[in-house]
Design a binder for this molecule. Structure first.
Ligand code: ADP
Ligand code: MG
Length: 410
């Protein structure tokens, strides 16, 4: 860099008139950085206060029974057998309250046929779309929470330097995330196994690999390695790094940045399945169309480079109609384009545009974080039911993929 900067002071022409000073020089920017940094520290202090830490909700017998596919009477009977957690009785009057860890022991027991067979590997799901604001991060968090409620062990990986998925897990990317909690060292080659980066979270059953703004450097590190190490595959780094944890988790959910970046390619290459949220608006539809052509071009190209294996293929691909605004007059037409284009890839469920999600996002949470919804019960129920069926459709695809892995082994 220094070779490009001309020496200062040597042969300057002396003049009486001082050159106009730029108003916003680097000194000022540094001052701004210091101010922003100290503000972040203050916010961190607030977030670290014990009362402000994010906590998972608790669950009623009815919720537990629904997730187990049983009725409340059966749960009451099973509790008398004393082989599953009995929760605790609420102080007010005989109602049972279950913690998330307790609930998950129940769901693992009662949903046995949907759990990962011991000899199969975690299913990796990338949530992608090159456009921002289409509900990628919300969808990734919903999948992580919804699948863990249903008994699965989840590893959530944030690959977006903006760190929104990290924030949803109650961590402040700028203040609380260090490089060794991210995929950074994997990308620059100082680590080859993702395990160094995994941390537990406020949510029992979800572990997290976080992201923060410095992860932008991965966009330079990945292609640089390609130049330096012969045989390096810049697109396969995350996939290889995940190999050792595919026996430790049931599902790995990857949130991606809103662009076709080196990191996004790695996320897609590591995935068994892709979920593409598309809101039914003309612009979002157009940019989702680009996603496929870029993926197909790139995939064909990379397949050509990796001669040592079969071409990349996915077990499943789901287009999810997200943020569907039933009152938008243009919506039915766009929904039709989406269905006509994506056919069987379109999931038979739509996520309504709902104030439950948008209000809660302001508090860094999803519908699954809500203990008691303050607004209209109907609105909340509609949103939760849509997310629940989305999660269960994806779970069906996971079960199908595990069966496929079994056939591949034979
Ligand atoms: N179903 C929904 N209804 C209303 N708002 C939503 C819904 N899903 C997501 N949002 C909001 O839309 C914004 C963008 O969502 P986000 O998941 O961050 O998208 P992306 O990751 O694609 O940029 C967020 O403020 C989020 O809370
Ligand atoms: Mg996002």
């Amino acid at each position: 860099m220094s070779a490009l900067v001309p020496p200062v002071g040597g042969n300057q022409v002396s003049t009486d008139i001082a050159p106009p000073r730029p108003t916003i020089n680097m000194e000022r920017i540094a001052g701004l950085a210091a101010r922003a940094g100290s503000m972040v520290e203050q916010i961190r202090g607030m977030l670290l206060a014990p009362e402000a830490r994010k906590t998972a909700p608790t669950y009623s017998t009815a919720q537990l029974a629904a997730l187990c596919g049983m009725d409340k009477a059966h749960i009451a009977y099973r509790i008398t057998k004393e082989d599953l957690p009995a929760g605790r009785l609420s102080p007010s009057g005989g109602k049972r309250v279950f913690g998330l860890d307790e609930l998950r022991r129940w769901t693992r027991t009662y949903r046995g046929e949907k759990m990962r067979p011991a000899d199969r590997k975690a299913i990796t799901i990338a949530v992608g779309n090159f456009k921002g604001g289409v509900a990628k991060t919300t969808t990734a968090m919903i999948l992580a929470q919804g699948l863990s409620l249903r008994g699965h062990r989840v590893l959530a990986i944030d690959t977006d330097p903006q760190g929104s998925l990290t924030t949803l897990h109650g961590l402040l990317p700028e203040a609380e995330v260090t490089e060794d909690m991210t995929i950074g060292p994997l990308c620059d080659g100082t680590q080859s196994d993702i395990r160094y980066a995994i941390r537990s979270t406020y949510w029992d059953g979800i572990d997290l690999v976080a992201a923060a703004p410095f992860l932008f450097s991965a966009e330079f590190a990945l292609p640089a390695r390609q130049m330096q190490e012969p045989g390096a595959k810049f697109w396969d780094v995350l996939n290889m790094g995940l190999e050792s944890v595919r026996d430790l988790y049931d599902v790995i959910v990857i949130d991606t940045p809103p662009s076709l970046s080196y990191v996004t390619i790695n996320a897609l290459w590591a995935a068994n399945g892709i979920v593409v949220p598309v809101p039914p608006s003309g612009l979002d539809f157009a940019s989702s169309a680009q996603f496929w052509s870029l993926l197909a071009d790139l995939g064909g190209n990379l397949d050509g480079q990796s001669k040592d294996r079969e071409g990349k293929a996915f077990d499943f691909l789901h287009v999810l109609l997200s943020r569907v605004d039933a009152s938008d007059p243009a919506m039915p037409a766009v929904r039709q384009w989406i269905q006509a284009t994506y056919g069987e890839y379109t999931l038979p469920v739509e996520i309504p545009k709902t104030s439950v999600t948008s209000n809660k996002a302001a508090e860094f949470a999803t519908v699954y974080d809500v203990q008691k919804y303050e607004g209209a019960a109907k609105t909340y129920k509609r949103a939760v039911e849509a997310y629940d069926s989305f999660v269960e459709l994806v779970e069906q695809s996971m079960v199908g993929a595990w069966q496929g892995q079994g056939r591949a082994h034979r």
